[in-house]
Design a protein around this ligand. Structure first.
Ligand code: PBG
Length: 329
């Protein structure tokens, strides 16, 4: 033995030894695929800033879900892009709304084979693009918004959502949704809380994909500031106390310290969301020849698991599922 220590190197000698001593792994069931479903136009349409990601239609979505089942993915989360927007975002709780229709279609074709989550928020549905109803002075009205989230959540649960995922960062949203689900007869529908959601530039492409950029101002009045680590723990704790079944940190790559802190502090299932900007960066850099896409994507997602996330919402979910399958051959 040479000093100080040559044991680490011995354990890196062959791929098989390296695999044996690997501490965390990525598996298809750890991944949840975000999907956009648009009411119009009739054809699926690629999102310009997210090559390879589409606004799907009710008719094109089942094929995406079938592939997710074939690959053994953990689930998919739906975002609606409605044809009609108004000040309150009323199509979010319309039982004939785009997400509700997509849910019923997926349920009738796939049963319970895939966990189908729904994002519960209003920014895709409001004509001003904010995540809630506005006061006369143009601020988001937290308490009025809670009632609207509750209606949207119940409507999604009724249409077959397996998990309600509130993403608007209103105070009290988890508690309000939990009570409404219980009263509506959906006490068995769990809540995945976007608990520590930071106001982030990395959501840029999503606003393009879901057609929901705020028409004025920004979201810093309700989403968290990038500097605040202790506050993130407070947000997670509040959601736990309000009845969240699972917790989430978002974005992922720039916030892995928050994921680690959350893992050490809370025992609930913990997710992180590798957001649209993370996808766009990896795609653009690999297209420019900076690195090979597959290796960079696997490395970054493995780092999210290492930080402590049980599951990852990622636009690369299907790609990773395919790559992992190839690796098994
Ligand atoms: C809000 C919501 C957003 C994202 C998920 N849910 C947008 C925002 O807060 O601005 C962003 C996801 C991504 O960037 O991939 N409904």
């Amino acid at each position: 033995m040479s000093f100080p220590d040559d044991r680490p190197r011995r354990l890196r000698r062959t791929p098989a030894i390296r695999r044996l001593v690997q501490e965390v792994r990525l598996a298809p069931q750890d991944l949840i695929l975000p999907c956009f479903v648009a009411e119009a136009p009739a054809q699926r349409r690629e999102v310009p800033t997210m090559p390879g990601v589409y606004q799907e239609t009710v008719d094109s979505l089942p094929a995406i879900a079938e592939e997710a089942v074939r690959l053994g993915l953990g689930g998919m989360i739906l975002f609606g892009v409605p044809a009609r927007k108004d000040a309150l975002g009323s199509s979010a709780w319309d039982d004939e709304g785009i997400v509700q229709r997509a849910l019923r279609r997926l349920r009738s074709e796939m049963g319970d084979e895939l966990v189908i989550l729904t994002d519960t928020c209003l920014d895709e549905y409001t004509d001003h693009g904010h995540c809630g109803a506005l006061t006369v002075t143009g601020e988001v009205d937290n308490d009025v918004t809670l009632e609207l989230y509750a209606k949207a959540a119940v409507s999604q649960a009724a249409a077959g959502s397996d998990v309600i995922a509130p993403s608007g960062m209103m105070d009290g949203q988890v508690g309000a949704i939990r009570s409404a689900l219980d009263e509506g007869g959906y006490s068995q529908t769990p809540i995945l809380a976007y608990s520590a959601k930071f106001a982030s530039s990395f959501y840029g492409p999503f606003r393009d994909a879901a057609d929901c950029a705020p028409s004025f101002g920004d979201r810093q009045g309700y989403q968290m500031g990038a500097a605040n680590r202790r506050e993130a723990m407070r947000e997670l704790e509040l959601d736990l106390l309000e009845g969240a079944d699972m917790l989430m940190v978002k974005p992922a790559l720039a916030y892995l310290d928050i994921v680690r802190d959350a893992r050490e502090r809370f025992d609930l299932p913990l997710g992180c969301y590798s957001v649209s900007g993370e996808y766009a960066m990896l795609k653009a850099a690999s297209a420019a020849g900076a690195f090979e896409l597959r290796a960079a994507v696997l490395e970054s997602h493995l780092s999210m698991r290492r930080a402590g996330a049980d599951f990852i919402l990622s636009y690369f979910a299907t790609d990773i599922g395919r790559w992992l399958r190839e690796d098994l051959r």
